[in-house]
Design a protein around this ligand. Sequence first.
Ligand code: GAR
Length: 197
Amino acid sequence: MKNIVILISGGGSNMAAIVKSAQREGWREKFNARITAVISNKADAKGLIFAHERGIATMVLDHKAFASRDEFDGALAGLIERFDQPDEPVLVVLAGFMRILTPAFVARYTGRLVNIHPSLLPAFTGLHTHQRAIDAGCKFAGATVHQVTAELDHGEILAQAVVPVLPDDTADTLAARVLTQEHIIYPRAIADLLQKK
Ligand code: GAR
């Protein structure tokens, strides 16, 4: 059985969408895969409650307890290692995980580490994507699911969704419109990856 570990930092709505899709579509039977653990770098991440209620193991690894990025990422890899099997490599899914990962961590999970970013990459890497799209006068915005590489918000694009930017949009209204699409494309992109393997 392939293990999927989801990393979150907050609301966890993408994680919840993935969990619901996995249950609705029967990923266990279909892909021999299950969402085994949800790890948050914040103890108060709301998503942890949802995961716990669904019977998924939850863990908190507070980045503030570590002196360096390397140490935090090393400890994170140590947690994930429990779910990594030689014949069934773990799939690591970043879902609103607001940490920049070290090249060593990324290298360890190359090809099995995916992220969702709230912009139409390669436009607007980094933070405040919705405000920056509005400020730039974009008529369309969206979200991108991509493989994670050492360069922030780069890597092979696996899926994208496009939404209009409306004249009276704020960063919040645009973010909400994009998020509804994230909930559709992220589970689908993961299912496609599982299907291929
Ligand atoms: C999502 O919009 C996701 O694309 C974004 O954070 C939000 C998390 O929402 N991720 C990033 O900005 C990563 N750089 P969620 O916790 O409800 O899934």
